[in-house]
Ligand binder design. Structure first.
Ligand code: 5AD
Length: 349
């Protein structure tokens, strides 16, 4: 185990068998050391900086039916909403005043937001806030769409792979294809986006072998951003009685992802903060270095429930900004409000 941990820290590689063995034999003491080494590795690339991104959840309509997600189309209990272009711009303006220079526009797979409309939104944002980075997190689209939105000025794209096991992927995503998801990720990379991917921990049927595949996929794809969060069962989905992921298991995955992909930007996810009041702080001390406070208008927040009991539902953006700042400072980190590009990134087109 000592050797495996050293190899992970010094060479940033492990084989699938080694990862499985490592996960099976982790002791509390080794876990602590794993977290410490992950933090050290993070510091080598990003110092003590924690990057903030303002999250704008602009539509909860979704044409997909993912088994785990509260926004799946079969969930008729959801009150669906769409923000107008003006409302999105207002959210961003409020965020901009609070100091944010990085915005993530997230939605379900809502095709009312056509290519033309998305181009218009991104162009308006770029025109008003030229020094801010724009990230889209709106699911699978065509290559032409991805190209057009990149040309319009979008900087980054988040599309979690969710699980790197084809069979597990297909059992959780009726009507969707693992191959298409992978193609989207490769296309985004080829176009020149900074690409984010990632997975959930604690999915039903997920084994150490699956988690090892997730980590090795990250290693091979080398995304600029990696989002890892616990799966939290939602009562209006087919997985309502599933056990779900734990904070501890997710922390181990975050730390291992940090050691396998040392230069990634990794959020301490809202799902971590939901399971544990200091879940995000724990994620920071296991190698994460991004926090994504929600900027969406209060009136729609509760409606954007991928899972239940999500934190910060009633908080004004200014409150979130202060709360996060205090938490980050109290954990010994430094808030970083710049665009927060990946450390090796330069846009070429
Ligand atoms: N629990 C935790 N994470 C979830 N996501 C969707 N539903 C859930 C859930 N019930 C995650 C997916 C998606 C991201 C936006 O949120 O990984 O990619």
């Amino acid at each position: 185990m000592e050797e495996l941990l050293n190899q992970l820290y010094e060479q940033n590689v492990l084989t699938k068998e080694e990862i499985i063995y490592f996960l099976q034999h982790l002791t509390p003491d080794l876990t602590k050391r794993l977290f410490r080494l992950a933090e050290e590795t993070r510091k080598k690339h990003y110092d003590e900086n924690v990057f903030l991104r303002g999250l704008i959840e602009f539509s909860n309509f979704c044409k997909q039916d993912c088994m785990y997600c509260g926004l799946r189309r079969s969930n008729s209990n959801v009150e669906r909403y769409r923000l107008s272009e003006e409302e999105i711009l207002e959210c961003a303006a409020e965020g901009y005043h609070l100091g944010y220079r990085s915005f993530v526009l997230q939605s379900g797979e809502d095709f009312r937001f056509t290519e033309d409309l998305m181009i218009q939104i991104v162009r308006s944002l770029k025109l008003r806030f030229p020094d801010a980075a724009i990230t889209l997190s709106i699911g699978e689209r065509s290559e032409a769409f991805f190209r057009a939105l990149f040309a319009a000025g979008t900087d980054r794209y988040l599309l979690r792979h969710e699980t790197a096991s084809r069979s597990l992927y297909e059992s959780l995503h009726p009507g969707m294809s693992y191959g298409n998801r992978m193609n989207c990720l490769h296309t985004l990379r080829e176009i020149g986006y900074q690409v984010g991917t990632g997975f959930m921990v604690g999915l039903p049927g997920q084994t150490y072998s699956h988690l090892a595949e997730d980590l090795l996929f990250l290693k091979e794809f080398h995304p600029e951003m990696i989002g890892i969060g616990p799966f939290i069962p939602h009562s209006a989905t087919p997985l309502k009685d599933a056990v779900g992921g734990t904070v501890q298991d997710t922390l181990v995955m975050i730390a291992m992802a940090r050691l396998l992909v040392p230069d990634a930007l990794m959020p301490a996810t809202t799902a971590m903060g939901t399971l544990d009041p200091i879940g995000r702080e724990k994620a920071l001390s296991a190698g994460a270095n991004v926090v994504m406070p929600i900027l969406s208008p209060l009136k729609v927040r509760k409606k954007y429930a991928l899972y239940e009991n999500k934190i910060c539902m009633g908080d004004e953006p200014s409150h979130c900004r202060n709360c996060i700042e205090l938490r980050i400072a109290a954990s010994g980190y430094k808030i970083e409000l710049s665009r927060g590009d990946h450390c090796n990134f330069t846009r070429t087109t």
